[in-house]
Write a protein that binds this ligand. Structure first.
Ligand code: GLC
Length: 533
């Protein structure tokens, strides 16, 4: 059972993102669904995660995999029914697992009844709920681009003689957050799901809600991916969004123990940090995406973590992510031949050892990879429009690898995306049977983090370390946990304070090491506990 009085559960929690299309199919149609997730709750309990973030499962024409919503208050038949969601939520809560859902309110689907009426006439009461500009010629009003279609983000609407704005696909018209009725309608959607018992929201492209009121063109940038040669100064990240975050926060706080996690749209940690508000009155957390773009190495990860800690306003709580449904999986990004598996253990320890809430992406605990898919299999609009470049997001969305049966135990029929070729050896069943597997390593790390309050909420201080090594101490009261990671393929020597080994890739748990110099093997991970007497 979950404890509803626990308002800071999300600081201690380990989150696990489920992409529902690809987790488990329960009705043999090749697409994952809510009952499938329910059937796998025991696995999630065994893994030790405390909270799920489930990507969109709402009614949708699926032109951006459900991030194009046509009814915010219903489950798409592809995923099940509202009753299924209620059962899933109850079953998760029964096990003490919280459930956070996606709130996609920068835009709706163009098939949402709001847009259908808005586009019918300038006099429609909902017309102003979306963003329009008069069509005075054939040239769009400014240079804003569609990130998924790689063309102007303005599309003509014949009925009103205007352009509408859609910066993802053309099927995702953007809301006008300056309209007070739209704002209330969205808050009602949030209340609807909070009343239903969800534990919070992951807020899709939350910093994109507002655009420049004068519709100025964006300045040039050298960045191709994902910025398409523009600084998104005017179509994103407007200061008005902070007032909306405060309003959302007031709603969430009125329910006591719910969490708001924003996806910020931009590259830098400073932007994410600003979404917490200076007085802890905006989002509880905004995703720090720095690790998704970091090269491999102790230095880059350490610089990135320090930058993030420094950028956060006082009192704000950090978070870390290595993989999600929009980026190539980190197991693949950091592959290095026969060192890949060792690197995956270092990466997992980084994520689960730092101070901040960790977000895991389904399958990363198995070391799921990204493989190049044939063009005919592509489903992601971004992948299709940028073929043969590899910007598409299908490779990180392939079915979960449960066992070595056909379709990896995900489904009994051909799945919507092909299962990765390596599923016969890389799957939950084989890794559960092997104490030395990556899955076993994740379980041990998670169990340790849960058993050691210092790992969850302790302070962090860096330990002086040689090149390729990143090391820190987490401290709570008299308890200190040292986490030592060798990112390199060479042995290194580090001075340690000593203590009892909690977990290690080479050293035995339970044995102790004395204060002094310790020789770390290539990619060695060591976690040592000590207590002041
Ligand atoms: C977010 C989602 C992504 C989606 C986009 C448009 O970035 O994570 O998957 O395509 O928003 O909604």
């Amino acid at each position: 059972m979950i404890d509803r009085s626990d308002t800071t559960w999300w600081q201690r929690a380990i989150f696990y993102q489920i992409y529902p299309r690809s987790f488990q199919d329960s009705n043999a149609d090749g697409v994952g669904d809510l009952r499938g997730i329910m059937a796998r709750l025991d696995y999630l309990t065994g893994l030790g995660v405390d909270a799920l973030w489930i990507s969109p499962f709402f009614r949708s024409p699926m032109l951006d995999a459900g991030y194009d919503i046509a009814d915010y208050r219903d489950v798409d038949p592809m995923f099940g029914t509202m009753a299924d969601f209620g059962e899933l939520l109850a079953a998760a809560h029964e096990r003490g697992i919280r459930v956070v859902i996606d709130l996609v309110v920068n835009h709706s689907s163009d098939q949402h009844p709001w847009f259908e009426s808005a586009r019918s006439s300038i006099d429609d009461p909902r017309h102003d709920w979306y963003i329009w500009q008069p069509m005075t010629g054939t040239r769009p009003p400014n240079n804003w681009v569609s990130l998924f279609e790689h063309r102007s983000a303005w599309y003509p609407n014949e009925a009103t003689g205007e352009w509408y704005l859609a910066t993802f696909t053309r099927h995702q018209p953007e809301f006008n957050w300056r309209n007070p009725e739209l704002r209330q309608a969205i808050y009602d959607i949030a209340r609807f799901w909070l009343d239903a018992g969800v534990d919070g929201f992951r807020m899709d492209v939350a910093t994109a809600y507002f655009k420049d009121s004068q519709f100025r063109s964006n300045p040039f940038s050298w960045n191709l991916n994902p910025n398409l040669f523009q600084h998104h100064r005017y179509d994103r990240n407007q200061p008005e969004v902070h007032a909306v975050f405060r309003e959302f926060r007031a709603i969430a706080d009125s329910y006591g123990d719910r969490v708001l996690i924003g996806e910020t749209h931009g590259q830098d940690a400073a932007l994410a940090a600003s979404c917490h508000g200076d007085n802890d009155d905006e989002l509880h957390m905004a995703f720090n995406f720095d690790f998704l773009r970091s090269p491999w190495g102790a230095r880059p990860f350490m610089d990135s973590a320090r930058r993030w800690y420094r950028a956060l306003p006082a009192g704000a709580w950090p978070n870390f992510t290595l993989s999600n449904h929009d980026q190539k999986r980190h197991h693949w990004r950091y592959r290095a031949g026969s060192d890949t598996e060792a690197r995956a253990r270092v990466a997992a320890t980084l994520l689960l050892g730092l101070r901040g809430t960790p977000f895991l992406y389904y399958g990363e605990e198995l070391g799921m990879d990204c493989q190049r898919l044939p063009r005919a299999c592509l489903r992601d609009p971004l992948g299709r429009s940028t073929w043969p470049l590899s910007f598409g997001r299908d490779p990180e969305r392939t079915p979960m690898q449960w066992d070595d049966s056909p379709y990896a135990g995900f489904s009994v029929t051909m799945p919507w995306l092909p299962v990765n070729d390596d599923y016969r050896r890389k799957n939950v069943a084989t890794q559960e049977a092997n104490h030395g597997s990556l899955l076993a390593w994740y379980k041990a790390l998670i169990a340790l983090r849960k058993a050691e309050p210092a790992m969850q909420s302790g302070n962090i201080a860096w330990i002086e370390a040689p090149a390729d090594v990143m090391a820190w101490t987490r401290t709570l009261g008299a308890r200190h946990i040292d986490v030592v990671l060798n990112f390199g393929a060479r042995a290194r020597t580090i001075h340690l304070a000593g203590g009892s080994i909690s977990l290690g890739t080479r050293a035995d748990a339970g044995s102790s090491i004395a204060a002094g110099y310790y020789r770390l093997a290539p990619y060695e991970v060591l976690i040592i506990a000590e207590e002041d007497v």
